[in-house]
Design a protein around this ligand. Structure first.
Ligand code: EPU
Length: 424
């Protein structure tokens, strides 16, 4: 059994380069299914979620090869149309193969997805959108199947700006007959990135990155080469690490424009943030100020940075309120933060954090990807030793998290860990 072992008290300094965005790369490699031949995706993060997606695609018959940060996908004429349950259960994002497989093969059967345990994560909007495009959908407790002789363009209005539904519907619509309009589409930079690859493959998408996306269906797509957008969530995680430790860190490989609201919150909390071309520099205050945070779909404050901000605000002078609007299971970190000494209570979907508490290291458990990263950040400001178990959650989305924090001067390592009797 492995764990992150952290000794707190060091201010971070230096330069870190973020990877390509996990939540973009996962969809870009699925988009490759839409064209027979060789698609190359560069700046792909070397993380477990991508490896699992590679296994899902390999199971469908795709040749998958990584060289450095580039992944080459050789997509055959004859694709498999069924994804294996054991892989899909590890990765919720594998549901995004549904749209491209349906478009390419007229049929797809996908085992029900797994991934982070973030409360009720439904796929009803994916399915009703595909049905409006002409797919016949059947499902059971552990699979969903979609079949169509030919997808037809349609006007789709999403009841909520779902990232995954927007992506699945975009990929289904690119070769549908006629025009598809997606209203109330998600506006995340990862959506624009996906549309960038699809258009390079010959699709006719306009408006991606806004809430009105129009897809003019084309006959077929061709393979293409594409570079993944920088990971704004990884960048935001390092930005909080710099801010909470009173450090001075340059973060490269990300567009600051993709972090406008979280960077505004960091400034409001007293951090100095300088924005450059494809980089930013964050200098932490001696003591952060309290700020309120409300998670919303992009361009709102990202839910994927909410747990990290709980840690920052635990050190702030004053009381902050953090409101979670995206995932109902995203406060699973709370009891672990409380064990470290964070003064925090939950009221419905609000967390009320009373700051300026000295945290004390103990053993806590990563309950999901972002919670795990946030607990490591808490360890950076706790006295003594903090052990974060279940580090495999963090491996899903951060390449060598401990090593990169250590390169910035943190005392953190990932090592074999044997729990004392009675310790979680
Ligand atoms: N929802 C529905 N029905 C649907 C689709 C979504 O009710 O058909 C609900 C979900 O239950 C959830 C909310 O809508 O409460 C948001 O879901 P959304 O579809 O927008 O998110 P997602 O596609 O499942 C992606 C990221 C998440 C990120 C969210 C929000 C990937 C692989 N995952 O999830 O990333 O938090 O968008 O930005 O792209 C992470 O990286 O740690 C992570 C969880």
């Amino acid at each position: 059994m492995d764990a992150f072992v952290v000794h707190g008290g060091r201010a971070l300094s230096g330069t870190v380069r973020v990877s390509g965005a996990k939540n973009s790369a996962l969809k870009l490699v699925a988009a490759a299914l839409l064209a027979e031949g060789r698609t190359i995706v560069r700046n792909v993060p070397d993380i477990v979620d991508i490896r699992v997606m590679g296994d899902v695609l390999a199971h469908l018959g795709v040749g998958w090869q990584r060289r450095g940060d580039a992944v080459t996908l050789d997509v055959p004429a004859d694709l498999g149309t069924e994804t294996p349950a054991h892989l899909v259960k590890q990765l919720r994002a594998s549901i995004v193969v549904l749209g491209p497989l349906l478009a390419r093969c007229g049929r797809a059967r996908v085992a029900m997805p797994g991934g982070c345990n973030l409360g009720s994560r439904n796929i009803d909007m994916h399915l009703s959108g595909l049905a409006s495009l002409g797919a016949r959908i059947t499902y059971g407790p552990d699979y969903v199947e979609a079949v169509t002789p030919q997808l037809e363009g349609a006007d789709l209005e999403l009841p909520y700006a779902s990232v995954g539904a927007t992506e699945n519907l975009l990929m289904a619509a690119v070769t549908a007959r006629g025009t598809t309009r997606i209203s109330n589409a998600a506006r995340e930079p990862e959506i624009a990135d996906l549309a960038g690859l699809l258009n390079a493959m010959g699709a006719g998408i306009s408006g991606a990155g806004t809430s009105e996306v129009v897809v003019r269906g084309v006959e077929a797509l061709q393979p293409a080469v594409h570079e993944v957008v920088g990971d704004r969530i990884e960048a935001g995680t390092f930005a909080v690490a710099a801010a909470v430790t009173g450090g001075d860190v340059k973060i490269e490989g990300v567009s600051p424009a993709h972090l406008r609201i979280p960077l505004g919150k960091l400034r409001a909390a007293g951090a100095e943030v300088d924005e450059g071309e494809g980089c930013l520099v964050v200098r932490g205050p001696a003591r952060p100020r309290a700020v309120d945070v409300v998670t919303l779909p992009y361009p709102g404050f990202p839910t994927d940075l909410q747990p990290q901000f709980l840690v920052l605000l635990s050190q702030a002078a004053g009381t902050s309120m953090v409101t979670e609007n995206v995932f109902d299971g995203r406060f699973s970190i709370v009891e672990h933060l409380q064990r470290l000494g964070v003064d925090l209570r939950i009221e419905g979907h609000h967390a009320i954090v009373r700051g300026a508490r000295q945290l004390e290291g103990t053993t806590v458990q990563a309950t999901d990807l972002r919670a795990g990263a946030a607990l490591v950040l808490a360890g950076l400001v706790a006295s003594g030793e903090t052990v974060v178990t279940a580090p495999e959650h963090v491996d899903r989305g951060y390449a060598d998290f401990a090593g990169r924090l250590a390169a910035l001067g943190a005392d953190v390592s990932r090592r074999a860990y044997a729990p004392a009797a009675g310790v979680a």
